[in-house]
Design a protein around this ligand. Structure first.
Ligand code: HEC
Ligand code: HEC
Ligand code: HEC
Length: 397
């Protein structure tokens, strides 16, 4: 009922809108199944990933009210266990300070944060050191650094051990320059990129299910993929190629190629591959798309998870730097190769899988792949790549 009402109101709005504003929306003549949900329901997180529930923390859909950060008073000099502190700063599950800060005796420290290798010689007050680690938002509301104490990652005693360790550090260690990682794999070589097999699968699926209505896909879909994602009036949200496939295939052939299924990803690779070499040209001039673009931008600035990270903390404020051994890319050029093969996980990921993974990396709950929030972010990131050429399927670490 609710959806129907929205749809009617929207139709009315569209009628009142000048035609030129509707350019980037999907034509209503394209058959789409809008009755059913495009994913497995209820959605279940990938069972090979961490199953920890992070619902105590913000995610891209929910904000959890947390107390305003306050200074924890430190009245006497901190003298705890520096040897344990040294272990904690390199422990991935605990401090992991070396992901962002240069500290002695670690290979490949990151350089997002300041160089802490000689922080002991700065003679900072213990209360400042303790509280910067407990909750850096006290000093810098927009900090990139997680609130280790306030979000229960480190205990008060552990933070005291780290403070004791930091106070012993006086000899500067320099950040060693590293080459920017280059992808030496030809992503379109079937012997090098396993995702090329899925291009074959996608081609076969197209011939089997779609060819009867689309006899000449090379010509008719030569540019279609570079115009996606688009606003879909009937669903009142942005949809990408993957969701289009699920809904269009079900409406025209009855097959159930749910989001993130093998068939769905294979057809997404096929349709995008048809547009390889074309420049991304997503048009957001209509009202609905421009609103979605704005929402997408805001979502990339939203702090989520136990680690309190926004996408922009890494990919905008710190692109070109290193988080431990990983080089951080800027938003531009991030998704022009999706779906992509990830050699480190031996799996082909579409964009929704990637963003779910990024959500878990912030220790925030992921959303279902058809979430409107993901589609808005996909639109925003795709627009950051407008003008760049498609090369699908991709290959990456
Ligand atoms: C995700 C990256 C990141 C991680 C992980 C991180 N920090 Fe930071 N840290 C920063 C950044 C960036 C700054 C610079 C100021 C800011 O953004 O708040 C900073 C600032 C600091 C400062 C303030 C120094 C000063 O003089 O202003 C201290 C102390 C500090 N970090 C200690 C730690 C410790 C200890 C850990 C591990 C428990 C840690 N950091 C983990 C990013 C990080
Ligand atoms: C029963 C006929 C039929 C079948 C089967 C069919 N389609 Fe379509 N398709 C249409 C019609 C009608 C349109 C809208 C007019 C047009 O663009 O040709 C369309 C449009 C499209 C578009 C362009 C959408 C846009 O935004 O303009 C794509 C891409 C597409 N189909 C892909 C597929 C794929 C992939 C399959 C197989 C899973 C498929 N179609 C199966 C009838 C069909
Ligand atoms: C703590 C830093 C950090 C945050 C926060 C972060 N990312 Fe990332 N992201 C990375 C790193 C490092 C990589 C590269 C390593 C890899 O490919 O796994 C990456 C990779 C990616 C990629 C893949 C790029 C490619 O070429 O395949 C996408 C897309 C992406 N991030 C999007 C996002 C989005 C969207 C958000 C916010 C929801 C986000 N990231 C938050 C660090 C971060």
């Amino acid at each position: 009922m609710g959806v129907k009402l929205k749809y009617n109101k929207l139709n009315l709005l569209l009628l009142l809108m000048p035609l030129s504003l509707m350019a980037a929306e999907m034509p209503v003549s394209v058959p789409l199944d809008i009755e059913n949900i495009a994913t497995i329901t209820p959605w279940k997180r990938n069972n090979t990933w961490s199953q920890i529930d992070w619902s105590n923390y913000n995610n891209l859909q929910h904000t959890v009210k947390k107390p305003v950060p306050v200074i924890q008073p430190i009245t006497s000099s901190i003298k705890a266990n520096p040897a344990n502190g040294k272990k904690l700063v390199a422990n991935r599950k605990k401090g992991n300070c070396v992901a962002c800060h240069i500290l002695p005796d670690v290979s490949q420290p990151g350089n997002i944060g300041i160089n802490l290798s000689f922080i002991g010689s700065w003679h900072l007050p213990d209360q400042f050191l303790f509280n910067y680690i407990y909750d850096p938002r006290i000093y810098n509301p927009n900090t990139v650094m997680p609130p280790w104490g306030a979000h229960n990652i480190l205990t008060t005693d552990e933070i005291k051990d780290i403070v004791s360790y930091l106070k012993t550090l006086t000899i500067p260690v320099q950040f060693k320059k590293r080459p920017i990682p280059k992808n030496n794999v030809d992503n379109l070589d079937e012997f090098e990129n396993p995702a090329m097999f899925e291009l074959e699968t996608g081609t076969d699926l197209f011939i089997e299910n779609c060819q009867k209505c689309h006899q000449n896909p090379k010509a008719s879909f030569a540019k279609w993929a570079v115009t996606m994602p688009k606003f879909e009036t009937r669903l009142n949200k942005i949809i990408g190629i993957e969701e289009f496939i699920t809904r269009h295939a079900r409406a025209t052939t009855g097959v159930k190629y749910l989001l993130q299924s093998g068939e769905n990803i294979a057809l997404a690779i096929y349709l995008r591959n048809l547009a390889n070499g074309q420049k991304i040209a997503v048009d957001t001039s209509d009202v609905n798309s421009s609103l979605a673009l704005k929402r997408g931008e805001t979502l990339t600035q939203t702090k989520i998870g136990q680690l309190n990270f926004a996408c922009t903390d890494c990919h905008k404020k710190n692109s070109g730097k290193w988080i431990r051994g990983q080089y951080i890319k800027s938003f531009t050029g991030m998704i022009d190769h999706y779906p992509t093969y990830r050699s480190g996980r031996d799996a082909i990921w579409d964009f929704s899988t990637r963003i779910q993974w990024c959500n878990l990396a912030a220790r925030a709950n992921d959303l279902p792949p058809d979430a409107a929030e993901y589609a808005d972010i996909e639109l925003y990131l795709t627009v950051q790549s407008n003008g760049r050429k498609f090369s699908v399927p991709g290959f990456g670490p």
